[in-house]
Design a protein around this ligand. Structure first.
Ligand code: AGP
Length: 613
């Protein structure tokens, strides 16, 4: 989705902003732009397409770019096509203001009509240009730029992160946010505002998180936070980001996605660090202490989107089996509007890598308004989800840059398994010895995966070439493997653009099997678990109809499957097999997409954090 980076300080702003935009590329975008004030005039350079198109334009410019303050933006089109005119930053009609914006101004049509009647002209199809001109209009009667910004923001509905630059204060940035991320980076005689901390992490780790209902004014030496209501200045704590800039680099890998897949053993170690008490046979989660509904919830409802939803589905069976707690899983975009019947006794778990997914954040509000306790499972420290839920457990996977989520899912699954074991002890569903045995297996997983990953990658390559030649693929599984099948299909289609769908294998004969013919490929996930015999029968039904099959199975069990090829699942004690199947599915999609020459880290039409609904 859109990315913002703005700088004010003592260095040339343009290279810093370009570097920041490069770090934001992973979020997905279709145009980019930069604005700054030079000799009292706004300069604005924009280009559709990839960032290099903007860089070529910038450096073809004969004028030295000595501005020490500026705005940068990568746009992912919402209102209007991806074009130069629609790219941000925008400039107001009076050429006194420039602004970048992430999100959607829902009432922009009404505002536009009013401004048009006052003679304003619009040069783009964007809602951003409308709000910017509203600021210019408010400035006519407001005593200063801050008040004009405040007045306009109060009139805007929707979700937004905004940064404003004013021609008469060329080293000052004004910013605000509503249901969209925005972070101020505090440096030495230089400050930053961005939608994503990775954009300025090379310069500072000190940050301020503005909350909703606040405005910030940033100069090279100050960052002042004001209440939106009355412009009273408020004290805000500076926090420190522990991620280092290095971990947001490719580190010798061809793609971020491959790096992140290979990081999963380390991710597992980090997710479990300090949380396993092997001797005591218990899970240590201080985040759950002090609230009764977290100690022993009566019901659990998991809400998430995309890959995070698949994590929830995978974990729900463990929460029921081990935790002995009824658990349902819902897609956030459905949940938020379907007027769900919620009991205040339910614990609502929201899962999100970014912590900024608009639908998941809206679901927090719905759950809270029904009086439910909310628990966030989140990767990004200080994100909106982390701040808006009653409690948060960080997945500790480190920055995930590739648009396709990989290692985050591994860490989410680890935390859900930990929660299930935590509650298994509270509800006494498992004995101390059983919990201890699972914890022991859990602890060994990372080493095992580390050892197996190189071979998994080699095996996935051949398998991927075959899968890449298909036009349609079913990913099938049962039980927890169904959740993994959903993830396999999601990853395959988002990366390779080959049509792939997941089905619960037992559901095939209720309709989808009609599609099976010698062209329609099935990728069957059949680990040696309690569902193997059932899955095996379902695979036979497909083979009987001449459907080609690729099997993901353990060496022994897979021998009897009538498949063209087999990917071997390394031996992992149940129910942790999913942690070994997951990288196989991820590598399969990765290898297929690279074989097909696709843009692995930034697939078309997709964005890393989906901050609009
Ligand atoms: C998966 O590869 C996607 N990037 C997407 O489905 C993602 O998982 C979804 O948008 C949810 O994001 P979140 O975890 O940041 O909330």
């Amino acid at each position: 989705m859109c990315g913002i980076i703005a700088y004010t300080g003592y260095q040339a702003a343009t290279p810093i902003i370009v570097e920041g935009l490069r770090r934001l590329e992973y979020r997905g975008y279709d145009s980019s732009g930069i604005a700054f004030v030079q000799q009292g005039q706004f300069r604005c350079i924009k280009a559709p397409g990839k960032l290099n198109a903007l860089v070529d334009k910038l450096y073809a410019n004969p004028n030295p770019m000595l501005a020490t303050c500026g705005l940068g933006h990568t746009r992912w089109a919402t209102h209007g096509a991806p074009s130069e005119a629609n790219a941000h930053p925008h400039i107001s009609n009076d050429r006194k203001f420039s602004m970048v914006h992430n999100g959607i101004i829902e009432n922009y049509r009404e505002i536009k009509a009013e401004l048009t009647s006052k003679g304003y002209k619009f040069f783009s199809d964007t809602d951003t240009e409308v709000l910017l001109n509203l600021i210019a209009e408010c400035r006519k009667t407001a005593p200063d730029n801050l008040s004009a910004f405040q007045r306009a923001i109060k009139l805007a509905h929707g979700t937004f992160a905004l940064v404003l630059l004013c021609g008469d204060e060329p080293d000052t940035l004004y910013a605000t946010r509503k249901s969209a991320p925005l972070i101020a980076g505090i440096g030495e005689h230089e400050n930053f505002v961005s939608s994503d901390v990775t954009a300025f992490l090379a310069y500072t780790r000190k940050v301020i998180f503005p909350d909703e209902g606040e405005l910030i004014r940033i100069t090279p030496n100050t960052c002042t936070v004001f209440k939106l209501d009355n412009l009273a200045a408020i004290q805000k704590e500076t926090q420190r980001i522990e991620w280092d800039a290095q971990s947001a680099q490719k580190g010798g890998f061809k793609h971020f996605m491959l790096k992140e897949i290979c990081e999963q053993p380390a991710v597992l170690r980090s997710a479990l660090a300090g949380r396993l008490d092997l001797a005591g046979g218990r899970v240590v989660l201080p985040e759950l202490e002090g609230l009764k509904s977290l100690k022993k919830p009566e019901r659990i409802r998991i809400i998430a989107c995309g890959t995070s939803y698949n994590a929830g589905l995978w974990g729900s069976s463990l929460l029921e089996q081990w935790g002995n707690i009824p658990c349902t899983v819902e897609i956030a975009s459905e949940f938020r509007y379907r007027k769900p019947l919620l009991s205040a006794k339910e614990l609502v778990i929201l899962i999100s890598q970014s912590g900024e997914t608009a639908d998941t954040l809206a679901a927090v509000k719905v759950a809270k308004s029904a009086g439910c306790v909310t628990l966030g499972l989140c990767n990004v420290v200080g994100s909106s989800l982390a701040r808006e839920t009653d409690r948060v457990i960080y997945t500790q996977a480190g920055p995930e840059i590739s648009v396709a989520s990989t290692k985050a899912l591994c860490s989410q699954m680890a935390l859900l398994a930990l929660l299930a074991l935590y509650w298994a002890r509270q509800t006494k569903t498992l004995s101390g010895e059983e919990i201890q045995k699972h914890l022991f297996h859990f602890e060994q997983l990372a080493d095992l995966l580390e050892k197996e990953l190189p071979e998994m990658r080699e095996e996935a390559k051949d398998f991927a070439v075959r899968a890449a030649s298909a036009r349609n693929i079913f990913f099938l599984g049962r039980g927890r493997s169904f959740a993994l099948a959903l993830e396999g299909a999601l990853k395959f289609k988002e990366l390779s653009y080959v049509h792939a769908e997941a089905y619960a294998a037992g559901e095939m004969k209720h309709g989808p099997i009609a599609l099976i013919d010698p062209e329609f490929l099935t990728i069957a996930i059949a680990p040696a678990d309690e569902m193997f015999a059932k899955t095996f029968s379902n695979i036979e039904e497909i083979a009987a109809r001449s459907g080609p099959i690729l099997a993901i199975a353990d060496k022994q069990g897979g021998k009897n499957i009538r498949s063209e090829q087999q990917l071997n699942i390394p031996r992992v004690p149940e129910p942790f097999t999913g942690f070994a199947i997951l990288p196989l599915l991820q590598l399969l999609s990765y290898e297929a997409a690279t074989y097909l020459g696709k843009d692995v880290d930034q697939p078309r039409n997709l964005a890393k954090s989906v901050t609009v609904e």
